[in-house]
Each structure stands twice: as C-alpha cells, then as structure tokens.
Design a protein around this ligand. Structure first.
Ligand SMILES: NC(=O)c1ccc[n+]([C@@H]2O[C@H](COP(=O)([O-])OP(=O)(O)OC[C@H]3O[C@@H](n4cnc5c(N)ncnc54)[C@H](OP(=O)(O)O)[C@@H]3O)[C@@H](O)[C@H]2O)c1
Length: 332
C-alpha cells in the first residue's frame, strides 16, 4: 500500500486549523501533523489521542517551522492577529507613537513571512494553502488604510507571490468570511436585549451581502476542496452569502424572539476603544460597505460554487439553531 501523504496544519488547536484537521482525519487518506506552541494543552493532547502527530513550533521562530514542515506534501498556514493584539505580554512592545494594532499586524505579517519562507524550503511540497484576507487599502484605492489585520495578511500573500514564484505556483488562498461566532463571543458585535427586542447593531449596512462562515465547521471541507482543485485559486470562504438583515430575520424565526438589525451611522457605535483600534474597525466596516468584504473588484476571487467540487456545508439557520442564546433570550 502506498504510504500516506502528509499535511501540516498550523493553528491545529484553533477554529480554522482545527476544522482542517477534523476533515482530513475523517477523510482518512492523509497523515496529519498538527502544529502548536503547547503540546500539553487539552486540545493538543486530544488531537494526539486521535492520531494527529502533534509537533511544537512557533510562528515567531523560523527554525521551529523548518522542522515542523519537513517532508510535507501539503501545508495549511494561518495566523492569529487577535491573539497577538490581546496578549498582555505584547502591550508594551510597540515603539513610541505606534499603535498596538499596527504593531500586532506587523508582527502577524512577519509570522506569515516566516512560515512562507519555511514552506519554500520543502522539496516534497505539492500544495500550500494560505489563510489570508483582502488588501483593503488597495481595493478601496487608499481610502481605507487602517484595516491592518486584513492588509498585512494580504501583504504576506503578495510577498509569497513575489519572492517565491515556484511556491506561488502551488499555492491556493483561503479567505475566511465573517465568523458567525463573533455574535457569541465578540462584545463589539454581540446582540443586546433592548426591552423585548434583541438588537444586532453595527455600521455595516443591513442589506450588504456578506460571506458568513462557521470557521470551526466549514474551513476543513473548503480547504480540502481547494487542495483537490487546481492551484492558484483565491477563495472567499463561506457557508452562506447573506445580509445581516436576512441573518437577523432567521434568528427571530429560529429563536422565537423579536429581533432587529440596526444599521448605525459610520463611526458608530462609539465604544471606548483604544484610538488605533477604533480607527481600524471604523475603516473595516466602511470598507465592507463600499468594496464588499471579499473585495468585489478583485478579479481573482472565486466563490465556493466555483470550486470543482463545492462541499456541502450547514446553513446559517442550522448554526443559529445549535447555539446557546440565553445571554439575550432573557429580559435584564
Ligand atoms: N473574526 C472574524 O470574523 C475573522 C474573519 C476572517 C479571518 N479572521 C482571522 O482569523 C484568525 C484567527 O484564526 P482562528 O479563529 O482559526 O484562530 P483561533 O481559533 O483564535 O486559534 C489561534 C490558533 O493559532 C495558533 N497560534 C497562535 N499564535 C501562534 C504562534 N505564534 N505560533 C504557532 N501557532 C500559533 C494557536 O495555537 P496554540 O495556541 O495551540 O499554539 C491556535 O491554534 C485571525 O488572524 C483573524 O484575523 C477572523
């Protein structure tokens, strides 16, 4: 029997990478190497118990990535901007005058460059799948230049294209859409109960169609479909293409609660955020409204139904049904 090919998965303990691991475990035809900084975490130990070869490496350390990527046939690279931004150990690292969000994005880009450099040195590599996001500065024609956690990911992809044409020729780009889980865990967009109504509010236009994804369920099937397709595809990854008004209508039907989506004026809500992050998020929502989450002017972007084999994913309705909404279900 031919030996199995090896896929190396960064972020194996996280949403995207965890879903990639799960899909390839179920497919059964691959050896899976899962990368973590902490092989003794509960999640890493669980992966090991299920047959994943758990290896220790850090995106900040190129040598550790060289070892983790050795002899790989496929590599999935993902970085974690919010983990870098939110780590208290990083709070004092920006130089004077530099905002923490800019420093975090520069650090994230360097991590991606480290991983791309390491992937370029793997002779057995057949496919790299890079988790990225659009360059908002470029696609807004320099109107929205503060969406660093998008732009610097895109700059890393541009680096791969320019520095390693051979590697780029075997690369696919995976651009995850808007995480549905933001409505459960992100205080910036979580719904609030106002009298008897559950209000979802942001300055993203209510009728703008967005790529909605459950990254912990959908990333794996979409990454596998990308990997089985020809290289060079740039996928906007989602389970449903839907506006937030439509999503909230489904929420109301599923939960039986009165619910409403409110489009706030640009710059709202005026939350007490660090100045740099406020500017980043204001630009982020305005960019979505004008250019589309996926950069609708980017001619290289494809949608899941343009993949050779579009996987069957769950619906937004199913995702809403499966969640615990008790934090907004009860009156205060
Ligand atoms: N929120 C959204 O709507 C949205 C939409 C699109 C894209 N994104 C992007 O998604 C990314 C986060 O992805 P996710 O949700 O899949 O991640 P996640 O669930 O937050 O997990 C982060 C993963 O990254 C690993 N990791 C973090 N720092 C590392 C390092 N220095 N070296 C090696 N591994 C490291 C962690 O592994 P260990 O802790 O085990 O080492 C963990 O597996 C962010 O960059 C964000 O910008 C978010």
């Amino acid at each position: 029997m031919a030996s199995k090919k090896t896929i190396v998965v960064l972020g194996a303990t996280g949403n995207q990478g965890g879903s990639v691991v799960e899909t390839f475990l179920q497919a059964g035809q691959w050896s899976i190497r899962g990368v973590t900084r902490n092989p003794n975490s509960e999640k890493a130990l669980k992966l090991a118990s299920r047959g994943v070869a758990v290896v220790t490496a850090d995106l900040n350390d190129g040598n550790s990535l060289d070892a983790a990527f050795a002899d790989a046939h496929a590599i999935f690279i993902v970085s974690d901007f919010w983990g870098i931004y939110g780590d208290p150990a990083n709070a004092t690292k920006p130089a004077q005058g530099e905002t923490l969000n800019l420093w975090a994005a520069r650090t994230e880009k360097q991590q991606l460059v480290n991983a791309i450099d390491a992937a370029s040195k793997v002779p057995s590599l057949e496919r790299l799948v890079l988790s990225s996001l659009p360059n908002c500065s470029k696609w807004s024609r320099e109107k929205y230049t503060h969406v660093y956690h998008f732009d610097f990911k895109a700059q890393a992809a541009e680096y791969a294209q320019q520095a390693y044409p051979n590697l780029w020729a075997k690369t696919s780009v995976f651009q995850p859409g808007w995480f549905l889980g933001n409505y459960l865990s992100n205080p910036l967009v979580q719904p609030r109960r106002e009298n008897d109504v559950v209000v979802f509010a942001s300055s993203v236009k209510g009728d703008l169609k967005l790529p909605l994804i459950a990254p912990d369920e959908d990333s794996g099937p979409l990454v596998k479909a990308l990997l089985e397709d020809s290289p060079g595809k740039n996928l906007i990854a989602y389970r449903q293409w839907m506006s937030l008004e439509e999503m909230v209508e489904i929420f109301a039907k599923v939960t039986g609660l009165s619910a409403q989506y409110v489009t706030l004026p640009a710059g709202e809500p005026d939350l007490p955020l660090p100045e740099g992050l406020k500017a980043e998020l204001d630009d982020n929502w305005a960019y979505f409204n004008e250019c589309g989450y996926e950069a609708r002017d980017d001619p290289t972007v494809i949608h899941p139904n343009q993949l050779e084999e579009c996987p069957k994913l769950g619906s937004v309705r199913e995702w809403i049904q499966q969640q615990d909404w008790s934090f907004v279900a009860k009156a205060n």
